[in-house]
Design a protein around this ligand. Structure first.
Ligand SMILES: [Mg+2]
Length: 433
């Protein structure tokens, strides 16, 4: 019952211009707090080839870090392309703090940062490396993308209204079932579980009252599945948006066998205390101001698309004089930003901003080109702005024909493994294999 988290190319790549080797490497340290300072005047880099990557589903799967053991090949191949004078750009829907831990820290530690630029929060914020082990925000770009407080409040109110209406529809009754996922498992040296964190997604404030018996039986199932019977403590750990996290700790001695049931009863008897944990909330993303609103209504992807269409319908008219775009982000989120603030804008910034890269020397990697996906806008760019090649590593069945048939569009599938395959292919094109 428990759902565990658990084509050959027609054009040729030009050889790089000869450049002096990198000289200003500094020793890696932990990235510091975001510091906003003006960057030195950059050079015109239109000669330089650029590899642009989406992150989720393209370079990393859910919960992965670039520093993970299995991801070493990515760092090696990024290093190869850096040494070949490529510039590398990440454009992710993730907020910057997540991006910093998952991607930028390993990049800095590997001394790859001078060759890497990062757009976070759905392309609404731009970060450049300062040469001193920090990525710093480029305010000139990010400040254009601010969502004002009144606009945030309006969007939140609409989200709550659509949410309540959505879960009340009969065909969505499945959303009233307990939704429990394992998010963290830590083992002792003897291989026995030290603790297990479960996330419970409720949907409205009466959730705990209506679902107590089901919740208890599911958690009992998990406990017996893990062969720990009832010898684990269950405790309330912390709240996150629209969810509660329970930690199962153990094992305990036989005499504590009833502790699970006692603690569960203790928590859910007072379910009213937890109604706030079920309150639908938006997540404000950005730095000093909000530049992206993330909402995470459900874990279930089919319903997420249906929900997206409903909230799009509610946010069509301008809010405080501005239009907004609503897209799927990552695997669980719906992202809301000022219209035009997306991956397309990030790529236009690369072309028209300080760096002045040439779109004919860009290769873009992404996995969500369906009409709801956040890579779709890249494939839809005007011919003179769109990256010369687009590598699709996601589900090709979801891709509209008019995109799939574009000359620049190459479908691999296979997610991060597909990205790695294509990079190896590119390396061969550069006569290195
Ligand atoms: Mg993606």
């Amino acid at each position: 019952m428990m759902k565990k988290i658990k084509r050959c190319l027609e054009d040729q790549i030009e050889q790089p211009d000869k450049k002096s080797p990198e000289t200003s490497m500094t020793s890696p340290t932990e990235p510091e707090e975001i510091i906003k300072v003006k960057l030195p005047e950059p050079e015109n880099l239109s000669h330089q080839r650029v590899l642009i990557f989406d992150i989720d589903g393209t370079v990393l799967n859910r919960g992965e870090f670039l520093s993970d053991k299995g991801k070493e090949r990515f760092l090696e191949i990024f290093e190869f392309f850096k040494n070949k004078d490529f510039h590398i750009v990440f454009i992710t829907g993730n907020d910057f703090k997540v991006q910093q831990r998952r991607v930028l820290k390993p990049i800095i530690d590997r001394n790859l940062a001078p060759a890497i630029t990062c757009f976070s929060d759905g392309g609404s914020r731009l970060f450049e490396y300062d040469g001193k082990n920090n990525y710093i925000e480029k305010e000139q770009y990010s400040n254009q993308n601010e969502i004002k407080e009144k606009q945030v409040e309006f969007i939140e109110d609409k989200f709550k209204a659509v949410f309540e209406q959505f879960i009340g529809v009969e065909k969505h009754q499945e959303l009233n079932e307990p939704d429990i996922w394992e998010i963290n498992r830590v083992l002792n040296p003897n291989g026995k579980i030290n603790f297990l964190d479960l996330i419970v997604h409720p949907l409205n404030y009466t959730f705990y009252e209506r679902n107590f018996d089901k919740l208890r039986s599911i958690i009992d199932d998990i406990i017996s599945e893990e062969d720990i019977k009832s010898r684990y403590e269950i405790m309330l750990k912390y709240y996150i948006n629209n969810a509660m996290v329970l930690r199962l700790i153990g094992p305990y001695a036989d005499k504590d066998a009833e502790i699970v049931r006692v603690r569960l009863n203790g928590i859910f008897t007072h379910w009213k205390d937890f109604k706030d944990a079920a309150r639908p909330e938006i997540e404000r993303r950005g730095g000093d101001f909000c530049s992206q609103i993330a909402i995470k209504p459900f874990k279930r992807d089919n319903l997420r698309k249906e929900f997206l269409e409903r909230i799009r319908g509610q946010l069509q008219a301008p809010i405080e004089g501005k239009n907004f775009s609503i897209q799927l982000g990552g695997k669980t989120t719906i992202d809301i930003q000022l219209k035009g603030v997306d991956k397309r804008k990030a790529i236009i910034q690369l072309i028209t901003g300080d760096r002045k890269f040439d779109p004919q020397k860009m290769i873009y990697f992404g996995d969500e080109f369906d009409p709801f996906g956040n890579d779709n806008v890249v494939a839809m760019m005007e011919d003179h702005l769109r990256p010369a090649r687009i590598i699709h590593v996601g589900n090709k069945e979801d891709t509209p024909d008019f995109i799939a048939n574009q000359k620049c569009f190459f479908v691999d599938g296979n997610g991060p493994a597909g990205t790695l395959n294509y990079l190896e292919f590119l390396k061969c094109e550069l006569s290195e294999c």
